[in-house]
Design a protein around this ligand. Structure first.
Ligand code: UDP
Ligand code: MG
Length: 315
């Protein structure tokens, strides 16, 4: 199935030193089954270990290996975005650098691409070695996200996928600062399909995605693709106001007509705590949207590159 088309592979790297040589070897084995015209772009997201030295060594002996090295940790989504800005292939594979996404699946993704699909994502049939909490939170999150958005975001997929250069081009035209790439790609449409695979365990090191980073990604996903939380809080406000109106009527009636002195400490404390909670929650939701508007208005560069062997970066 060898082709003369060029294939680019983007690999975000954060503290993956122990696995990079093996990763490179498996990538080469897999990609050369498809074409000899390929490039790898390793994006070092300011790893704390010696990942970058490993990448330097590989790049020194293989001119097809490019790298971008960030000045600080900007996060996985931004690392992939940086890669997308510098690929030159007819199609591009995005793959995690921890070998949880098996490089051997790339030819399968490519077969579907040859059938005419523009996006071929890898869908997890099984996820080995993840905690129950991680699997559960991710399952719940994707189901909620589906309800909140008006387009299909595929379930049980990460960023492991193959995309055509049309899709890369379209992604580059999406300027948001808070990236949720799998949502953006789903939003774009095009002809999409998937290939099933079993996600491997992490062989080395630990996940760079802390729960707080995952939470951040989840909020980015929701705020980028849905206004429903805002509609929800305004509806909630309306319902509570109607409810309060009747309570007010009753209170006036009880005071003037029934001449009851209401003792009511419990109801007072419950209602004020309830309203306080709802208000903070609502302000929080609005705040999340505003903070994103703010980021987009300030419009800083998404990332800063400290080092690279790509000519156009060093100009
Ligand atoms: N990663 C990154 N920056 C980060 C965290 C992770 O570039 O701040 C990379 C990491 O090296 C890996 C990919 O993103 O290649 C996915 O991260 P990880 O394996 O930690 O996520 P998980 O598989 O646990 O969801
Ligand atoms: Mg991983």
């Amino acid at each position: 199935m060898k082709t003369s088309k060029k294939l680019s592979v983007i690999i975000p790297i954060y503290n993956e030193s122990g696995i990079i040589d093996l990763l490179y070897e498996r990538l080469v084995n897999s990609v050369t089954k498809i074409t000899n015209d390929y490039e790898f772009i390793f994006v070092n997201d300011c790893s704390k270990d010696d990942s970058i030295q490993k990448i330097f060594a590989i790049a020194a002996k293989d001119e097809k290996v490019h790298y971008l090295s960030f000045s600080r940790n900007f996060g996985h989504q931004i690392a992939v975005t940086a890669g997308l800005n510098h690929v030159s292939g007819d199609c591009t594979v995005i793959i995690d650098g921890d070998l949880q996404d098996p490089p051997e699946l790339i030819p399968e993704l490519y077969l579907k691409y040859q059938e005419g699909f523009d996006v071929v994502y890898a869908k997890r049939e099984q996820r080995k070695g993840e905690t129950i909490l991680k699997k559960l939170t991710s399952k719940i999150f994707y189901r909620i996200l589906r309800k909140l958005t008006s387009f299909e975001i595929p379930l049980d997929t990460g960023d492991f996928r193959l995309i055509d250069k049309k899709v890369v081009q379209a992604l580059k035209s999406m300027p948001e600062q808070n990236k949720f790439l799998r949502g953006q790609i789903a939003w774009l449409g095009f002809k999409q399909t998937h290939v099933l695979f079993n996600r491997d365990e992490r062989q080395y090191g630990k996940s760079g995605y802390s729960y707080s980073k995952m939470f951040q990604l989840a909020i980015d996903a929701v705020t980028s693709f849905s206004d429903k939380p805002l509609a929800l809080v305004s509806r909630l406000g309306f319902i509570i106001s109607v409810f309060s109106f009747f309570i007010i009527l009753y209170t006036i009636f009880a005071h003037f007509v029934l001449k009851e002195t209401v003792t009511g400490w419990s109801s007072l404390i419950i209602s004020s705590m309830f309203i306080g909670g709802i208000q903070l929650f609502s302000i929080g939701i609005i705040g999340e949207y505003i903070s994103r508007i703010n980021k987009n208005v300030i419009d800083r560069p998404l990332y800063i590159i400290a080092d690279s062997n790509i000519d156009s970066v060093n100009k």
